[in-house]
Design a binder for this molecule. Structure first.
Ligand code: 5RP
Length: 256
């Protein structure tokens, strides 16, 4: 278990840059991810961990890849559903082992219609993970009608942590330090919808300052016109203690 976590979190900084490209599992072909086979190899050198579905990892990540793998194992809804909160566990533990997954990601829908089944999914994956020493990443989902307050994130991250996951993915919010302090396992922050690069760097900086142990960023990297430069700037914040201003200047130097 520790070895897997050490693959995900850089031994020097203790933090991680996860690159999330699992969006296709419910969004289909997302803007910027039309050609996974081109996008992933381009960004691979600059990330610590690849977060994707079994299909994307099997087809578009070279088998000799040495980066950590966060394998999305829950699935079951699509953009065509009104309610996205009903999922199943779609990947057997044997295949997670076969794919050298360093953690298995499960979406949890606290407060939504599918809460019970998503907690059931999460528990099954955690139990299997303990049998074979593979960490589970509990993903805090936010639905269309679900609140995105610090009160909600404090509740949801804590519930997910208490289920026994080894790491949690959530969103940045006000009083983020309190969410981190009340969560007994490391938190990584999702990027969310595409922002102007400078704002995305600010989000990354605030997350790390607030105690996040990394970013699990997708659209703010792969939808940038300068995705390679963007991920390098994010790295500076996550691993080298850059401020958002320093990272922005670094980004500007690379792009001009
Ligand atoms: C989708 C996910 C994504 O991996 C997560 O939202 C990170 O991507 P982005 O930074 O684009 O939000 O879990 O359910």
């Amino acid at each position: 278990m520790k070895k897997h976590l050490a693959n995900i979190f850089d031994p020097k900084s203790g933090n991680t840059v996860m690159f999330a490209f699992d969006h296709g599992y419910f969004m289909g072909s997302t803007a910027g991810l039309e050609r996974l086979d081109i996008v992933i190899p381009k960004l691979l050198p600059y990330v610590d961990c690849l977060m994707g579905t079994r299909g994307a990892l099997r087809t578009c990540v070279p088998a000799d890849n040495r980066k950590a793998i966060a394998l999305r194992v829950s699935s079951g809804s699509s953009m065509l559903n009104e309610d996205l909160s009903h999922e199943v566990v779609a990947v057997d533990i044997e295949d997670s082992i076969r794919m050298n997954a360093d953690c298995m990601a499960v979406q949890t829908f606290i407060g939504a219609d599918g809460q019970l089944s998503s907690i059931d999914n999460l528990s099954r994956v955690i139990n299997a993970g303990f049998r074979y020493s593979i960490p589970t990443l509990g993903v805090v989902a936010v639905g269309k009608d679900m609140e995105r307050t610090d009160r909600f994130f404090k509740l949801a991250t804590r519930i997910v942590a208490e289920m026994g996951v080894q790491l949690v993915k959530t969103y940045y919010c006000d009083n983020f330090e309190e969410i981190v302090a009340a969560c007994p396992v490391p938190i990584v922050v999702a990027g969310g919808k595409k922002l102007p690069e400078r704002e995305a760097l600010n989000l990354a900086y605030k997350s790390i300052q607030g105690g996040a142990r990394g970013l699990d960023m997708g659209r703010n990297i792969f939808q940038s016109d300068h995705s390679v430069e963007m991920v390098q700037a994010i790295r500076k914040i996550v691993h080298e203690g850059y401020t958002d201003q320093q990272a922005w200047e670094f980004f500007e130097d690379l792009t001009h």
